[in-house]
Design a protein around this ligand. Structure first.
Ligand code: PNS
Length: 161
């Protein structure tokens, strides 16, 4: 029996941004429970390792009983099977996201026809925000305080001190 009410919000979260938080908050208006699933890809280079990415998520969402923090490797559809759910949540920021998100949603559904992907549109204030830009701006000496939770700003400081 599938746990149809739990949605999985997969991502790299390298690092978590206010845009991700915005999507999770919107997701919780629809789904009673969300699992934030951090991708563990050994072939990819991350700024924050898996433990650090999960620690940040635990710090921000650990007190919320409706949010579970987990990690996965391999195919996302296999992870959904393991979690006994069929719903993926993703954020759609701009037209530029659409092509890749459309491709992923259809490919996931091709692999497993029971999978549904639900897209949430973030607040306009975060429609230009990405983890990649946060890292770049920080490394070049810019300010990211308004774009990430306080713990991320602190961890970035520790990394580049
Ligand atoms: O935060 P990101 O990097 O945009 O998240 C991408 C993610 C994790 C959703 C995607 O890379 C993924 O699902 N990877 C797992 C491997 C997989 O299932 N690939 C086929 C996707 S169609």
């Amino acid at each position: 029996m599938k746990e149809k009410n739990r949605a999985i919000y997969p991502g790299s979260y390298d690092p978590l941004t206010n845009g991700h938080i915005d999507i999770i908050q919107r997701g919780l208006k629809i789904f009673p429970a969300i699992t934030v699933a951090v991708l563990k890809n050994p072939t990819k280079t991350y700024l924050f390792n898996l433990e650090e990415r999960m620690e940040i998520l635990e710090f921000v969402f650990g007190q919320n009983p409706r949010i579970e923090i987990d990690c996965f490797d391999g195919l996302l559809v296999d992870y959904l099977k393991k979690k006994e759910t069929n719903t993926i949540v993703r954020g759609l920021r701009a037209i530029s996201d659409f092509e890749i998100e459309f491709q992923m949603a259809l490919m996931n559904r091709k692999i497993d026809p029971s999978i549904e992907t639900v897209f949430f549109v973030p607040s306009i204030a975060y429609s230009f925000l990405s983890s990649k830009l946060v890292k770049e701006i920080y490394q070049l000496g810019g300010e990211v305080k308004s774009l990430v939770p306080e713990i991320v700003d602190r961890k970035l400081k520790e990394k580049f001190r």
